[in-house]
Design a protein around this ligand. Structure first.
Ligand code: THU
Length: 159
C-alpha cells in the first residue's frame, strides 16, 4: 500500500489587489447576485464567465417552489454560455455570494453538481478554466477546474 497526498494550489487575493480580467469578472459576478431569484434560501449567488472571444456571460441562482427544480448560478451561466456560444471556450468564471444584506466575507465554493459541469466544460474545450471565488475578505483563484476537482469523471472514462 502507498499513502499519497495531494496539494491544491490557489491564490488568496485581497479585493484591492484584483486587476484586469479578474476584477472585471468579479464585478460582473457581484452584480449578477442581484438578479438571483432566491425567495426560499435568501442566498443570492452570481456567476460571470469570460469567453475566449472576450464576451462575458453571467447568471444567478434561480429557485423554485418545487425546490429541486431550481438551479445554481454557475450552471445557469455556463449552460447559457455554451448554448449561446457553443464554439467559444470559456476561460474563466467568477462566483460571488450575497446573504443578509452583504457579500459573504469568505468565498463560496461551487457545489458538487456545478463542479461536475464546470469540469466537463474544461475537458470539452481543452482549455483551463480559471476559477475565482469572491469573498469580501479575499478572492480565491484557482488556475483550473482540475486544480479544484483533481479526480474527475469525464468523457475519457467512457471511451
Ligand atoms: N447555490 C448556487 O447558486 N451555487 C452553488 O454552488 C451553491 C448553492 C444556490 C442554490 C440555492 O439557490 C442557494 O444557493 C442555497 O443553496
Amino acid at each position: 500500500m502507498k499513502s499519497l497526498q495531494l496539494t491544491i494550489r490557489y491564490d488568496a487575493i485581497p479585493e484591492q489587489e484584483l486587476t484586469g480580467d479578474d476584477l472585471r469578472l468579479v464585478e460582473r459576478a457581484k452584480a449578477a447576485t442581484q438578479t438571483s431569484f432566491s425567495p426560499y434560501s435568501h442566498f443570492r449567488v452570481g456567476a460571470a464567465i469570460l469567453l475566449e472571444n472576450g464576451e462575458i456571460v453571467s447568471g444567478s441562482n434561480q429557485e423554485n417552489a418545487s425546490f429541486t427544480t431550481g438551479t445554481c448560478a454557475e450552471r445557469c451561466a455556463m449552460f447559457y454560455a455554451n448554448a449561446r456560444y457553443p464554439d467559444v471556450a470559456p476561460v474563466a468564471i467568477a462566483i460571488a455570494c450575497y446573504y443578509g444584506g452583504s457579500f459573504t466575507p469568505e468565498p463560496g465554493a461551487p457545489c458538487g453538481a456545478c463542479r461536475q459541469v464546470l469540469s466537463e466544460v474544461e475537458h470539452r474545450y481543452g482549455r483551463d478554466l480559471r476559477v475565482l471565488l469572491y469573498g469580501a475578505n479575499h478572492t480565491y483563484a484557482f488556475e483550473s477546474m482540475a486544480e479544484l476537482v483533481p479526480f474527475q469523471f469525464n468523457a475519457s472514462n467512457l471511451e
